[in-house]
Design a protein around this ligand. Sequence first.
Ligand code: AMP
Length: 362
Amino acid sequence: MTTVAPGGHIGILGDGQLGRMMAIAAAEMGYFVHVFGPEEDSPAAQVSHRSTVASYSDQEALTAFAKSVDVVTLEFENIPTDTVEFLSKVVPVRPGAKVLEITQDRLFEKSFINNIGIGTATFANVESMEELIQAVKQIKAPAILKTRRLGYDGKGQVKITGASDLDKVWAEMKDTPSILEGRVNFKMEVSVIVARNPAGETAAFCPVENRHKNHILDVTLAPADIPDWLAEKAIEMAERIATKIELIGLMAVEMFVTQDNQILVNELAPRPHNSGHWTIEGCATSQYRQAIRAVCGLPLGDPARHSNAVMKNLIGDEIEAWGTLLEDPENSLHLYGKKEAREGRKMGHVTRLMPLTQKPKA
Ligand code: AMP
């Protein structure tokens, strides 16, 4: 298994804020980062040693990129698996194509999770009007119809109630392969971020609570206010998933906590995650440094938190509050270098720490 020592070159597929924070962590640890993504002057390229602006199908650009680095990782899970397989002929890609094949498709992802003994919402595959009718009979409303691939932040999702006109719903999906999921009456949404290195060691951050606004993460509270036994169970599940999927790198496991304290897994994201931004200030090892350690084959760092934390995303024009936020010296403000504050766009975030004895409040 390749170890990439400090001084080595790390390629990152994807050029957004997660790539930016990973590139900053890599530079702090003595690495050189080469970012590959479609956008000119992107958040990640702004802070990296090198950048290539090209499409994920540009084989000439991919070959040059692969030859310039010692290992490749990603900040975005919807990188085409063909791209990853192409690069893998030249350089290790961590996490690899197998992890992406599972996590890019909600049907494969949920089936994999159930097969290793972990619960999810009930679900059924839907590829036609007839299958939708059958699925609604089996799963029962209320339910959510989601495209199997390429959905995020609530995109590609339709709520199904007893009153839904299924013909109209299916016409809107335009025959896109989908799954119907039973709606979970959760009391809290949590996530666990877990790292696994090539030696098979795992390390998980504490479960955190995630609150959404308009389907986009708004606030993360670290730690989640759940009993210790439940937190341990959530961590055990995340570590089991990382091991069984043979992850090398970092993965966020998004979960629902039901009214009767069951944990159901909603989604896997094999990369640093928005709900782990707080670890930059709150933990001995941030999720970004942990990702770099894992993909470079180094021993993992200590994920323990030394403080509790609240992270607030700055979405769209919320960024305009930067001046006021800076007036409070306890705010750690992070801005992503995006020029245009479009609606729903993640522009930055602010983290506040508090003692371990104090409950984090939104
Ligand atoms: P997803 O794109 O699957 O991460 O879903 C986005 C958000 O929609 C989640 O964070 C939940 O708030 C909500 N959601 C998704 N699936 C379900 C479900 N089966 N039951 C209840 N809420 C859900």
